[in-house]
Design a protein around this ligand. Structure first.
Ligand code: 9PG
Length: 581
């Protein structure tokens, strides 16, 4: 029996933005008519392929195409691995029929929903759970786990939805097109969906990542990355003096990369000039870093522009729009003076500009680019070319960066929808920001429903374990920076160690983000321990076996990670780590 045949009473649905779904039963492979649209399903040994065509005489805006089926009775302890949409989106297990989608939280904010899901709308049923790009379902005790995954994410987003339905479980695979217009006579291929069974969630996820990475030309060959980053000590207040002081202290530290983070730029959007805290030019800064034998790295948010930027003043038409009056807000950040706008990456002149910026930064000497807030063009809004999907808008921008930066630059995706990054980025932030504290602070403002995305080392920890299967299959995982300092932090020494060991055993990128003046011999020994663990786990991942988390479906956050011959177990009540080799 093929995977398609195995699905219980499958139904196809298409929906236009704001409209009701048109549905039809599926009796087998072949074309299914849904109003003016025809969806064609192809049977594959491991799932299905599909495409959608507009047979009518008018353009059709398509929100989504969905295949939904009955996955059997809802057991007592049915679970879904919820894989997050972008770098910062939480990934972890949820209980079907018990847990709720965060969008259903009263007061949830549209921009936050748009940032963390393919579909920014509030779920129709609060007990519907969703996972982006890939998932694992544990539906009935004693039955195999089901792994579901989209082949790719560059052409459109893909969401799996699970819903309790009168004692049964309804599962849907949804190609999210975000209102992209299909011209009369046009046809669009959709990313295929694979269905897999097994008894080990990590193995199902690894197999999916291996396939998706191979099909998408994943860039997995960069060496193990060790470096320094300015963000988690200096934040927005970084100065050239602070950068130079750390550079001067870095002799004897094993950093390859020295990366300047947010805070150097004249304005969000104006990436070729420094602000008053940085008297030197960009080539001078890169030259000073290179002179110390480090690779110069720099942060930018290539798809954003603040209202006060030269870019927005010179090219108001380059901004995507919310409506006739207002440009599309891509982020609200007090550190940047409030709301900033989103570039319209469906305009060739915008892509040429992004390419130029990347080329200039690399020419200045910054061959490592941290590309942040890159979800922005996926937000719902009005774009010049309405035929592009949200994923295509992100992808076009990322490809423009790659064209400008050249094949040898190291590109780190951050805030990036994961599917759109495969094959473009060398490294990917796979979790929320760490912070000099473990839990979200009681005085920290949290967008309703989305506490798991807020800066907190516990939140970063969760994704470092739950997304460990992606390392060297889709890119190099960046778990976010180590927090080594014992002063100017609320992390206990145990918590700092828990986090450091997780970074190590994950085999992911290892960046220090402290004022080096605060680090003593203990911090240095911890770093050396992390790097030894990290190099071993990374080498094992490079040879085909990424680190493994064996309580992924049991605990959120998970507590166990094995890699490079080391086993990390964490008691989260401390938190406190035990490591065995
Ligand atoms: C610089 C920082 C650092 C950090 C990035 C990113 O959802 N949020 O409001 C949100 C704001 C900032 C943020 C992540 C999420 O941090 O991850 O490493 O580069 O930008 O501004």
């Amino acid at each position: 029996m093929s995977a398609l045949e195995a699905l219980g009473s499958p139904r196809l649905a298409v929906r236009s933005p704001g409209g009701a779904a048109t549905m039809a039963r599926v009796t087998g492979p072949g074309p299914v008519e849904l109003g003016a649209l025809t969806v064609t399903l192809e049977e594959r040994a491991d799932g299905w392929g599909w495409s959608v065509a507009n047979a009518g005489g008018d353009p059709v805006a398509l929100e989504c195409v969905r295949l939904e089926w009955d996955a059997g009775p809802l057991g007592g302890d049915a679970r879904m691995l919820r894989h997050g949409y972008q770098s910062w989106s939480p990934t972890g297990v949820a209980r079907i029929g018990v847990d709720r989608d965060p969008s259903a939280t009263p007061g949830s904010i549209g921009l936050v929903r748009g940032m963390h899901h393919a579909d920014s709308a509030v779920v129709a049923d609060p007990h519907e759970l969703r996972s982006e790009l890939v998932t694992v379902l544990a539906l009935t005790p004693g039955s195999p786990l089901v792994g579901l995954g989209f082949d790719a994410g560059a052409g459109h987003d893909g969401t799996f939805r699970v819903r309790p339905d009168t004692g049964r479980v309804a599962v849907a695979a949804e190609a999210h097109l975000g209102g992209a217009v299909l011209a009369p006579g046009a046809e669009r291929r959709l990313h295929g969906v694979t269905v897999d069974e097994g008894d080990d969630a990590s193995l199902l996820l690894e197999a999916w990542a291996a396939r998706a990475g191979q099909a998408g030309g994943a860039r997995t060959g960069a060496p193990y990355q060790v470096g320094w980053c300015s963000w988690y000590h200096y934040f927005h207040d970084v100065t050239e003096a602070a950068l130079r002081a750390n550079l001067a202290r870095s002799a004897g530290w094993p950093f390859d990369v020295f990366q300047l983070d947010d805070g150097w730029q004249r304005h969000i959007g104006d990436w070729l000039a420094t602000n008053d805290r940085f008297p030197s030019t960009l080539p001078e800064l890169a030259g000073s870093i290179a002179a110390e034998g480090r690779r110069p790295g720099i942060w930018l948010a290539p798809f954003l522009a603040s209202p006060g930027s030269e870019l927005a003043a010179a090219h108001p038409d380059w901004l995507a729009r919310w409506d006739e009056q207002r440009p599309l807000v891509g982020m609200v950040n007090p550190g940047w003076g409030g709301a900033v706008h989103t570039l319209d990456t469906t305009r060739p002149e915008v892509l040429a500009h992004i390419e130029h910026v990347a080329a200039e930064l690399v020419a200045a000497g910054f061959t490592y680019l941290k590309l942040d807030f890159t979800y922005a063009p996926s937000l719902p809004g009005r774009f010049h070319d309405p035929a592009r999907t949200p994923a295509e808008r992100v992808r076009a921008g990322m490809e423009a960066v790659r064209r400008g930066a050249g094949p040898d630059a190291f590109l780190l995706g951050c805030g990036l929808p994961l599917g759109a990054g495969i094959g473009v980025v060398d490294g990917m932030r796979i979790g929320p920001d760490v912070a000099p504290h473990w839990e979200v602070r009681p005085d920290q403002w949290v967008p309703p429903g989305y506490d798991g995305v807020e800066p907190a080392t516990r939140n970063a920890w969760r994704n470092t374990l739950s997304r460990s299967f992606q390392h060297r299959r889709l890119w190099l995982n960046d778990p976010d920076c180590l927090m080594l300092r014992a002063a100017e932090t609320d992390l206990s020494p145990d918590a700092a160690r828990v986090w450091a060991l997780a970074v190590g055993v994950s085999g992911g990128m290892a960046l220090v983000s402290d004022d080096l003046a605060l680090l003593d011999g203990g911090a240095r020994r911890l770093l050396d321990e992390v790097l030894a663990l990290g190099r071993a786990a990374d080498a094992e991942a490079a040879s085909g076996r990424p680190p493994r988390c064996d309580d992924l479906l049991e605990s959120d956050p998970p507590t166990r990670l094995t890699g490079g011959g080391a086993r990390l177990v964490v008691d989260l009540t401390g938190p406190r780590a035990t490591i065995s080799r």
